[in-house]
Design a protein around this ligand. Structure first.
Ligand SMILES: [Zn+2]
Length: 411
């Protein structure tokens, strides 16, 4: 490994250290506030709920420290010692060509997936179980894993063949063509995911006729929203966490409520949650997210172009310049950059959440939104006292006390 390669490994180590430091801050801050419910929530959240939320947050964050450390060490181990021998193994079995590169990427991904499996298993059957959220059976867990692996292979294998093929045919412009293809796939996914992929894992039923549905439809009409309808997802088969989301694009848009959410919230609250989701639509947040993904992907493919064409990058780690190997090494080495970009991307996302909250306030008033947020926090055991720096770095949604304060102070 050259000094440039060693620098990449050092960057991964530092990024991992930063991740551990921020999580430690989060644990400290939550423990420090474990005994006092913030005054804004004193009426709705009991001290027992508050303590349980603290314990859950601390347990999750500790688990995150172990996972982050493991991931960082694993990436360094791959770059410094593992990739060469793994490539040697594949090269011994398959002659040079597209297939060798594709098989190498698939084998690497499969090994990574197997190494991550104990974490997902413990997350569901130890952590979530302990706090009463887990509804998965081991059978469903492994079935889900198998399905998502098969699905990843079905999409990734042809995509890798296409990319490595183009790399040969168009050595100078392949990355622009691949970028366009990637964005086309991303757009297609916004339609394919809700209609084809998500139903492979959950059952979606159109919302039953009744009070709830007629109020939601009236709200959609009031906001001039055209959609393929309101659906209820059987989230309760996997977890007790409640949520709602809005997916798709153009005519394929749909609003999905978790059954767990509908069970626990009043109609006013559900209405405010829908209004919040419509706010995301009104302000074009989905379009902004896709645009953001386009910029990130463009930069990513430009880096890959540089790494493939010069051969410098693989030389940093003393590796042969095979496209499959370079792709994997770039994926491992980009982690510190992605980590440092996180606060930027999450601050954009938090801004969007404020806008959506404000839209909901204008449509249904602030009270239902405040009570929905309070109930969501309480039921999901989210901490009311996260560390501000940790939240700034990682939170895609502003902490609920901040959202509530913002709602109270406006209008
Ligand atoms: Zn939102």
């Amino acid at each position: 490994m050259t000094s440039a390669g060693a620098l990449v490994c050092l960057a991964i180590m530092l990024s991992c250290g930063l991740g551990v430091y921020l999580r430690k801050r989060q644990i400290d801050n939550v423990s420090r506030h474990r005994e006092v419910v913030p005054p804004d929530f004193a009426g709705e959240v009991t001290i027992d709920d508050h303590r349980r939320a603290a314990d859950y947050t601390i347990a999750r964050t500790r688990f995150g420290i172990v996972e982050t450390t493991f991931d960082g060490l694993l990436s360094i181990a791959w770059l410094a010692i593992g990739l060469g021998p793994l490539y040697g193994l594949v090269a011994g079995l398959i002659e040079p060509g597209l297939t060798r590169s594709v098989v190498f990427v698939c084998l690497f991904t499969l090994i990574g997936h197997v190494l991550e499996l104990p974490f997902s298993f413990l997350n569901a059957f130890w952590l979530e179980e302990k706090f009463g959220f887990n509804r998965l059976s081991p059978k469903t867990f492994f079935l889900d894993e198998a399905k998502s692996l098969a699905l990843t292979a079905a999409i990734a294998v042809p995509a890798l063949y296409a990319m490595f093929g183009l790399l040969r045919a168009l050595p100078d412009s392949w990355w622009l063509v691949v970028w366009v293809g990637f964005m086309a796939l991303t757009l297609a996914m916004t339609v394919i995911y809700p209609t084809v992929i998500a139903p492979m894992f959950n059952t979606f039923t159109p919302m039953a006729e009744g009070d709830a549905k007629s109020r939601m439809e009236a709200l959609l009409k009031k906001c001039g929203f055209e959609s393929r309808g309101l659906y209820v997802m059987d989230a309760s088969t996997r977890s007790a966490h409640g949520n709602a989301y809005f997916s798709g694009f153009g005519k394929a848009k749909r609003i999905v409520f978790f059954d767990t959410l509908l069970e626990k919230h009043s109609l006013d609250e559900i209405e405010s949650i829908l209004a919040h989701e419509l706010g995301h639509f009104k302000y074009g947040h989905v379009r902004q997210m896709i645009l953001q993904a386009a910029v990130v992907a463009f930069l990513g493919f430009a880096v890959l172009y540089w790494a493939f064409s010069t051969g410098d990058f693989s030389a940093w780690f003393g590796l042969p310049n095979d496209p499959g190997l370079v792709l994997v090494a770039v994926m491992l080495a980009q982690e510190p950059v992605a980590h440092l970009l996180k606060p930027l991307l999450s601050s954009r996302s938090r801004k969007a959440e404020f806008e959506a909250d404000d839209f909901a306030r204008q449509i249904v008033g602030k009270e239902p939104m405040i009570s929905a947020l309070t109930r969501l926090t309480r039921d999901n055991l989210a901490s009311l006292t996260p560390d501000p720096l940790y939240a700034r770095f990682y939170f895609s949604h502003p902490p609920v006390p901040v959202r509530v304060a913002q709602l109270r102070s406006s209008g």
